[in-house]
Design a binder for this molecule. Structure first.
Ligand SMILES: Cc1cc2nc3c(=O)[nH]c(=O)nc-3n(C[C@H](O)[C@H](O)[C@H](O)COP(=O)(O)O)c2cc1C
Length: 398
């Protein structure tokens, strides 16, 4: 998982370095953000060396104008340890005067807060009221331990044990494992239909949306099988990738892997036409004009729609206009449970890292997903798919 570790300006800041190491040993990627005060106690270099990633410290010395947003969107959990009294107050009230507090406002995932401070600061009504606000917001507070404090006093205020903080993080992350025990079959990318041994027709699909879906499904505990056309993407972590080239190969591999799948997501941009009889040799440049006679490729989605059993079938509709209308038409004609309609040919869609989509459901509902990174869109599609399945079970007992 990708974890953001926010470090506040308390004595216990040095312990955050150990926490970063512990989380990395557990297999997580860790990105550290330090407040100004935190840097009085530990240098950013310590964390950069431990995590292998630049420590984020300054809102205005950054590579991209919206780095706090993109960093927030690219991570699964935010842990703040140590959280000072000051930081807790800022979080509770939504003050966003530095990188960490701005990022907190932009972050939509689970938040774990491990406070550490002097016992009187901890017991203060202001601190306790702020903590109550954060608890009500759904954040997990890892209460400090009692003991001898750096200030010389004894009582609650010492940062919780690192194992305790790591366990709380683990519990928050596992909440998202709502696809445990499921198999999700996903198709991605374009297909290539040969015209002769060296030429082919294809389309601009990059495969990024399908890969993001497979990565999200695997992160949520599913066995994710990804049938992928030719793309330039690394296999996502924990995903079984089956590479294919043509629409016919894609159909074959989809059917071969269909049996265990409870959810099937067809994000691939499968060619609609192909050359049935591919010449054995390269076509020479002799005639001034040639005519290609193309035949339709197998309609995999329609075939799945006829044989889906009690699987949840999700199609994609990449359109250049009338997205919602086309998505609904596809939902009906292919017997899908959901169709993700997206506008292609502009800034989002094919090749882009971002997407915006409209989800058209069998229940008649339509949900618009505003522009966001494809990985985030992927999680939203899975969220809605699970809700839809519950609604369909309730309505039809399937
Ligand atoms: C030596 C020293 C130790 C401190 N330790 C803590 C602490 O453990 N917890 C705390 O809440 N504040 C502590 N403070 C006060 C914070 O540094 C101060 O409130 C600061 O504004 C917090 O900034 P931050 O919100 O960026 O963490 C300490 C200050 C000093 C000078």
């Amino acid at each position: 998982m990708r974890i953001l570790l926010g470090v506040g300006g308390g004595i216990a800041a040095y312990k955050a370095a150990e926490l970063a190491r512990l989380l990395m040993q557990e297999g997580h990627q860790v990105r550290v953000i330090m407040t100004d005060a935190a840097q009085e106690f530990v240098r950013p270099l310590t964390f950069a060396a431990l995590t292998g990633q630049k420590t984020l410290t300054d809102m205005f010395a950054i590579e991209s104008a919206i780095e706090h947003i993109s960093v927030a969107q690219g991570h699964d959990l935010l842990v703040i340890a140590p959280a000072t009294g000051d930081l807790i107050a800022k979080l509770a009230h939504g003050l966003a005067g530095d990188f960490l507090t701005t990022l907190y406002l932009a972050f939509t995932g689970p938040v774990v807060i491990a406070p550490a401070m002097n016992v009187n600061m901890w017991m203060h009504a202001a601190t306790q009221a702020n903590l109550e606000t954060l608890r009500k917001r759904g954040h997990r507070i890892v209460d400090p331990e009692s003991g001898y404090l750096a200030c010389g006093m004894t009582g609650p205020g010492r940062l919780a044990g690192l194992e305790t903080i790591a366990a709380a993080i683990g519990r928050e992350l596992s909440k998202r494992r709502d696809l445990d025990g499921e198999t999700v079959l996903i198709t991605a990318g374009p297909t290539q239909e040969p015209l002769d041994p060296v030429r082919y027709i294809s389309n601009r699909s990059s495969g990024k949306m399908g890969y993001a879906l497979a990565e999200a499904a695997a992160a949520r505990g599913a066995r994710a099988i990804l049938i992928s056309g030719p793309v330039r993407l690394a296999p996502p972590r924990g995903v079984e990738v089956v590479s294919v080239r043509t629409a016919a190969e894609m159909r074959e591999k989809v059917l071969e892997n269909l049996e265990p799948a409870g959810i099937v997501i067809k994000a691939a941009a499968v060619a609609d036409f192909h050359l049935s009889k591919v010449p054995d040799h390269k076509v020479k440049k002799t005639a001034a004009r040639i005519t290609l006679e193309l035949d339709p490729t197998p309609d995999i989605l329609a075939e799945l729609g006829r044989n889906k059993g009690d699987r949840l079938l999700i199609g994609f509709a990449a359109e250049t206009q009338n997205v919602e209308q086309e998505a609904r038409r596809k939902l009906e004609s292919k017997n899908c449970d959901m169709v993700v309609g997206n506008l292609v040919g502009g800034e989002t869609g094919f090749e882009s890292d971002e997407n915006e989509a409209v989800l058209v459901m069998r229940t008649g509902e339509t949900i618009s997903l505003p522009r966001a990174p494809k990985r985030e869109i992927a999680d939203r599609v899975l969220d809605e798919a699970l809700k839809l399945r519950l609604a369909l079970y309730a309505a039809h007992g399937r």
